[in-house]
Design a binder for this molecule. Structure first.
Ligand SMILES: [Zn+2]
Length: 156
């Protein structure tokens, strides 16, 4: 990893060493560690979804990928068990439903993965706070996320 001065990530706006690439490196390091660290492993999927919403280029290019990540955050914040919801959404998306991706917000939340990285002693709480921050930025699409989840649960 480079040791250059802090720069802004073009996706989430975090001020981190290496800018966009440095932000991605933080994320990838957490994902790699989550296979052997139970605290990180517990929120592996949610980290993917929140990171994707804050970095829609390249992670939310298609309507399908946007739907998967938006509903993933919605499920984590609004459902008691996110896994069965996520599984239903994946099955539903595999049927190629007619969905459209809206124009996404330029502001993507006040918290970034840099804030999560700064709070290793309570990782899950930090990821949940990060998720709520991104969810507020995507508030115009709350209804869309809930409708997509309802459609997915109704087409099993
Ligand atoms: Zn970033």
């Amino acid at each position: 990893m480079g040791l250059g001065p802090d720069a802004r990530c073009e996706g989430c706006g975090a001020s981190v060493t290496g800018g966009t690439a440095g932000c991605l490196a933080i994320f990838e390091e957490m994902q790699a560690r989550s296979y052997t660290d139970a605290d990180l492993g517990a929120v592996h999927r949610l980290r993917v979804d929140v990171y994707a919403l804050q970095h829609p280029d390249p992670y939310c290019i298609s309507a399908k990928s946007f739907a998967a990540h938006l509903t993933g955050v919605c499920a984590a914040l609004e459902h008691h068990a996110a896994d069965p919801v996520n599984a239903a959404v994946m099955r539903w998306l595999s049927t190629n439903p007619l969905i459209r991706k809206p124009r996404l917000p330029q502001a993507r939340g006040t918290l970034t993965i840099a804030d999560v990285s700064a709070a290793p002693e309570n990782h899950e709480a930090a990821v949940m706070a990060w998720a709520r921050s991104a969810w507020r930025a995507y508030a115009p699409f709350e209804g869309l996320a809930r409708r997509w989840i309802a459609d997915a649960l109704n087409t099993r």
